[in-house]
Design a protein around this ligand. Structure first.
Ligand code: AMP
Length: 283
């Protein structure tokens, strides 16, 4: 596996392949790799000539300094995992490489309501930060396909919008959420949970599954109230939002007349760790 940290190095390496028309699969990550990330890499390997994984803890998408500081980092371990998996290229730039002199070029793009609801509401500026870095990485890698997890469903909607609006010639591939055996969605943040917190964390997915069973059986508002109450019966858990939204516009649904488009989304604080998860209610 080739490992690059500068834009110049990776660009020079990729140029001949890009000219030849090699199909490049790209998996952008923030590292602390787990099975969720590895599934994306495997899929990219199966579908492309060359697979590139980036590891970059993007400072401008964190609106909480402590979250950025505490974000798990282990590049040596990650590089070894990627090597064993047969990833072709790892790109792990320093912050200064992506944002020289701390400079962030503005992104001339509005996301309508996509970045105003749920994650966008509680993490202002987060998706703009995500979009800026993904656009920059696409401009370096020029991937044919880029792989994203449904675990970050709203992020996926933002990326699709970015690509469509700016007419970036890349196919966005959505991959199913990979879960632990007990249902907890895999996340780099899970390793910050205490043993006791980790034990109760699967409740989030259990409630999402129960909510799916209740679709159409009680009004949307009542289902949301039920779910919030159910999660918060655990005093260690605080629900930031539990929302039922349209799978494309992400706008909240008020009734079940479009239940075949409904997705339930939640963000829950467990101690000081913030976990997100979602479930498609229409499948
Ligand atoms: P992150 O490193 O958290 O920025 O995630 C990098 C990519 O991996 C994103 O596209 C995520 O949606 C995806 N991802 C993270 N966790 C999971 C998971 N449990 N299942 C599937 N994809 C995931």
């Amino acid at each position: 596996m080739k490992h690059f940290t500068t834009i110049k190095e990776i660009s020079t390496y990729l140029k001949p392949g890009q000219k030849q028309g090699l199909e490049i699969g790209f998996v952008p990550t923030m590292g602390a790799l787990h099975e969720g990330h590895l599934t994306l890499i495997r899929r990219s390997k199966a579908e492309n000539d060359l697979t590139i994984c980036s590891i970059f803890v993007n400072p401008i998408q964190f609106n909480n300094k402590e979250d950025l500081e505490k974000y798990p980092r282990n590049l040596v371990r990650d590089a070894k995992i990627l090597e064993e998996l047969g990833c072709d290229v790892l790109f792990s730039p320093e912050s200064g490489e992506i944002y020289p002199d701390g400079h962030t070029e503005p992104l001339d793009l509005e996301f309508g309501m996509l970045d105003k609801v749920m994650e966008g509401k509680f993490r202002p500026g987060h998706f703009r930060g995500v979009a800026i870095v993904v656009k920059k990485l696409f401009d370096i890698v020029y991937p044919s396909r880029a792989y994203f997890g449904k675990k970050d469903f709203q992020q996926l909607a933002i990326i699709r919008y970015l690509v469509q609006t700016l007419k970036i010639p890349v196919q966005i591939i959505a991959c199913e959420t990979v879960r632990e055996d007990d249902g907890l969605a895999m996340s780099s943040r899970n390793m910050r949970l205490t043993i006791a917190e980790r034990q109760i964390a699967p409740i989030i997915y259990q409630v999402l599954c129960k909510a799916k069973e209740k679709v159409g059986k009680l009004p949307v508002w009542e289902l949301k109230e039920w779910a919030i109450k159910k999660i918060q019966t655990n005093p260690e858990m605080r629900v930031e939002y539990f929302e039922i939204g349209d799978r494309e516009s992400l706008l909240p649904l008020e009734n079940w007349s479009h239940k075949n488009r409904a997705v339930a989304f939640t963000a829950v604080f467990l101690g000081d760790v913030r976990l997100i998860d979602n479930i498609e209610l229409f499948s």
